[in-house]
Design a protein around this ligand. Sequence first.
Ligand code: ADP
Length: 189
Amino acid sequence: MGRRLLFLGPPGAGKGTQAAMLAKAIGVPHISTGAMLRDNVAQGTDLGKQAQAIMAAGDLVPDELVVAMVKDRLSQEDAACGYLLDGFPRNVVQAQALDDAIGAGALELALLLEADEEELVQRLLKRAQDEGREDDNEVTIRNRQQVYRDETEPLVGYYPDSGVSVVAVDGLGTISAVFARLVTALADN
Ligand code: ADP
């Protein structure tokens, strides 16, 4: 049986890696709005053109664009038996749009990957340096953290209020240690 899950957590916490591994392990599609938007940018679609500069600055792409993209993805056949959402919803407006689309209470669980903000900033700075990503500078990295804190973190309160449990998992440690914690959290919840 499929499960409808979502993944929350600040930029740099290893969410994308863990979400991909976890989705594979439980046999549901991994739906990452960041990856979908990057695909659109790479392919030069209209959406990609609208999103490119916003993403480079670490701001949020307009809700209506992202919501339309996600609804389209969720209507595909492979999502009928569950999914793991990663990077969406990113604010309360998107969460409400998701509730409207799939029905309030359709989500089973939100996993929250926790990590210390300053540690994340240092991690992302090092990655930007190692990979020579000039667009990923300290200003945009800090902006992404602030956008997370202001826009996305309120969902940690929103979901329990609407009957969806949020299970926090410590994001510190090796990839396999964190993955093991997530698997345990899923088995227990
Ligand atoms: P990160 O974990 O580095 O923030 P993501 O891959 O989740 O990366 O997203 C990259 C960028 O794509 C975000 O900074 C934002 O500009 C855009 N984005 C992704 N998901 C959403 C969303 N749900 N709403 C608005 N913008 C989004």
